[in-house]
Design a protein around this ligand. Structure first.
Ligand SMILES: NC(=O)c1ccc[n+]([C@@H]2O[C@H](COP(=O)([O-])OP(=O)(O)OC[C@H]3O[C@@H](n4cnc5c(N)ncnc54)[C@H](O)[C@@H]3O)[C@@H](O)[C@H]2O)c1
Length: 588
């Protein structure tokens, strides 16, 4: 059997980098070189600050970089030396010419194919890892055939990558399956066996599937289309829930417990983002149209349309909650990456929510734990987002390095990405919800129903009359897993004292009614004393100033027996913010 000793991976991005790092760690006798035309990316891979954020990736890279894992810009040498070449370059949606806005742009794949055939000699296995339209391997082969030389023998395989950003290392180490497609010829089967042997270092044989090339290529597109479809399906049901009073979480739980359906990817959200779902579904739609299958094309197009509808709907709910105008209002937007545990913002729903809010003249204060300010400004300055006025981004958008700065005096707090740090914060602290309920403005503490929420709520109810005490639950054992695992990197910002003295403030108009609290030591209860309610404000005509935390219905229900809000007020709160909840599962 042909044994692979040297691997070259072209493309050091979100797929090439993590995939080859794990291969290098699992196969110490194989030398893996990851190459890219992007010098700064390669420099970052060779530094302490990797160019992408993935939990656990740094440890994997550090365990084998310089031993059998290398990052380089010397692409010809790496190709020449390799027994197997992975093509892991980007295949974005075309922005020009035929198929614009739908077809995959294969120019990077083509340039790799040309470079491989130019510098190679002897036998090599060339493997598509990028997501490509069906029969892309045929185009690669045609390029090879047109430029072949007597000494050259290039076998083409398809080995699509199924990792999800945010869980890439786990997905690579424990994949549900590895898919390898190749020719049904003896040469093709020999190449398949050689690649299988690489994965067999750590993946059970039963999880390595081999197919023909076209099935493999199509399976990747179809898998992404199915995942995106589930998100759009539950999002469509969320709209129906809001119109009928049903609770989408309850519906999702009820249908997900049916084993034929399953519970994964059934969380309503602000819509899916990421570089792949939209691109791959559009690619599938284009393929169906090109193959004269218009009914199939329009079926999958609906998945995209529903996603856009959900994003728009979410933005409209925010505007609606703020009395139909957000012009000049401060809106804190927490989370800009397309999902938690990644710094990737490609096609993030946050970009579109920001666009809709900027269109209405809102002042956005954006915080994300991993996305750099330059990236946020760059994303929002794109012509498709800022149209002909990129200037408005600098006028309307402030990117903060501190979440509290983003939230301070905001009229609304919108959690777009379900980073755990946002949950932890709410678990251990509180946010004020103030709105113009009847004559008095009420303040209320809202605590999430994360690990410790229930206990906190009991305390809250006990002390509702005298002010509000928030007591941390006794720490008998280790702290709750979620809280312990997802501490902020710069924990200093999140000291409990900060959490208590610096809550989301209700509104500018009432800034003199900041709560204050007694000094606190670890283990003691935290006492927060609210000032006596102010006299009823004069009636406002049209202008309302308010701050609403967008919380889940479950949380509203949890507060139902509290003495602060009447049942009617809770209903109103639920109607205002209850369904605009943390956007979970913008998974790709
Ligand atoms: N991002 C994901 O989670 C994911 C998951 C599964 C599959 N995929 C697919 O994998 C492919 C790569 O995705 P990605 O997210 O890693 O993209 P990426 O943009 O992060 O990385 C691609 C890299 O390829 C480099 N490149 C492009 N042309 C090159 C050339 N001719 N020579 C050398 N380098 C070149 C680019 O500079 C870039 O660094 C895409 O087809 C994508 O659909 C992505």
């Amino acid at each position: 059997m042909f044994k692979i000793k040297r691997i070259c991976c072209i493309g050091a991005g979100y797929v090439g980098g993590p995939t080859c790092s794990v291969i290098a760690q699992m196969c110490p006798e194989i030398t893996v070189t990851v190459v890219d035309v992007n010098e700064s990316r390669i420099k970052a891979w060779n530094s302490d600050t990797l160019p992408i954020y993935e939990p656990g990736l740094k440890e994997v890279v550090e365990s084998c970089r310089g031993r059998n894992l290398f990052f380089s810009t010397d692409i010809p040498s790496a190709i020449r030396d390799a027994d197997l070449v992975f093509i892991s370059v980007n295949t974005p949606t075309k922005t020009y010419g035929m198929g614009k806005g739908r077809a995959a742009d294969l120019k990077f794949i083509e340039s790799c194919a040309r470079q491989i055939v130019e510098v190679s000699d002897g036998y090599k296995i060339v493997t598509e890892k990028s997501t490509v339209p069906v029969r892309a391997a045929e185009s690669i082969r045609r390029i090879f055939d047109a430029n072949t030389k007597p000494s050259l023998n290039l076998q083409v395989l398809s080995n699509p990558e199924f990792l999800a950003e945010g869980t890439a290392v786990r997905d690579l180490k424990e994949p549900d399956r590895v898919l390898i497609g190749g020719d049904e010829t003896p040469e093709g089967q020999r190449a398949i066996r050689a690649l299988c042997a690489v994965y067999e270092h750590w993946v059970p044989k039963s999880r390595i599937i081999t197919t023909n090339t076209w099935s493999s290529e199509l399976s990747k597109l179809a898998a992404n289309a199915f995942l995106a479809q589930r998100i759009s399906s539950i999002n469509s049901i969320s709209a129906l829930c809001e119109a009928t009073g049903a609770d989408v979480e309850e519906v999702a739980k009820a249908i997900g417990m049916d084993q034929r359906i399953g519970s994964k990817f059934l969380k309503a959200s602000v819509g899916f983002g990421g570089s792949c779902f939209q691109k791959d579904v559009l690619n599938l739609v284009y393929l169906c149209e090109a193959l004269n299958l218009p009914e199939v094309a329009s079926y999958w197009q609906q998945v995209i349309d529903m996603n856009e509808y959900q994003r728009r709907r979410f933005a409209c709910r925010i505007i609606d909650c703020l009395f139909n105008t957000v012009t000049g209002k401060k809106i804190a937007l927490l989370g800009f990456s397309f999902k938690k545990d990644t710094g990737d913002t490609r096609e993030s729903s946050s970009i579109y929510i920001s666009k809709y809010l900027m269109d209405e003249g809102a002042k956005l204060f954006i915080y994300d734990p991993k996305v750099l300010k330059e990236q946020i400004i760059h994303d929002l300055s794109q012509p498709s987002i800022s149209e002909d006025n990129p200037q408005r981004v600098s006028e309307l958008v402030t990117v903060t390095r501190d979440p509290y700065e983003a939230c301070q005096s905001a009229h609304a707090l919108v959690i777009c990405t379900e980073w755990d740090m946002f949950r932890v914060t709410i678990t251990f602290t509180f946010c004020y919800v103030a709105s113009s309920f009847g004559e008095h403005t009420r303040f209320h503490v809202v605590i999430s129903d994360a690990a410790t929420g229930a206990g906190l709520r009991e305390d809250l109810q006990e002390d509702a009359e005298a002010g509000v005490h928030i007591r941390r639950p006794p720490r008998a054992g280790p702290p709750p897993r979620r809280a312990a695992e997802h501490r902020l990197p710069d924990r200093d910002h999140w000291k409990e004292s900060d959490l208590c003295t610096n809550p989301v403030h209700p509104c500018d108009r009432r800034s003199s009614h900041r709560p204050h609290r007694a000094p606190h030591q670890e283990g003691q209860s935290l006492k927060l004393i609210l000032p006596p309610p102010p006299p009823p404000p004069p009636p406002l005509h049209g202008a309302h100033s308010s701050c609403q935390l967008l919380i889940s219905p479950a949380e509203v229900e949890g507060l139902n027996s509290s003495q602060h809000l009447s049942a009617g007020e809770i209903k109103r709160l639920a109607a205002l913010g209850g369904r605009l909840k943390v956007a979970e599962d913008q998974i790709f």
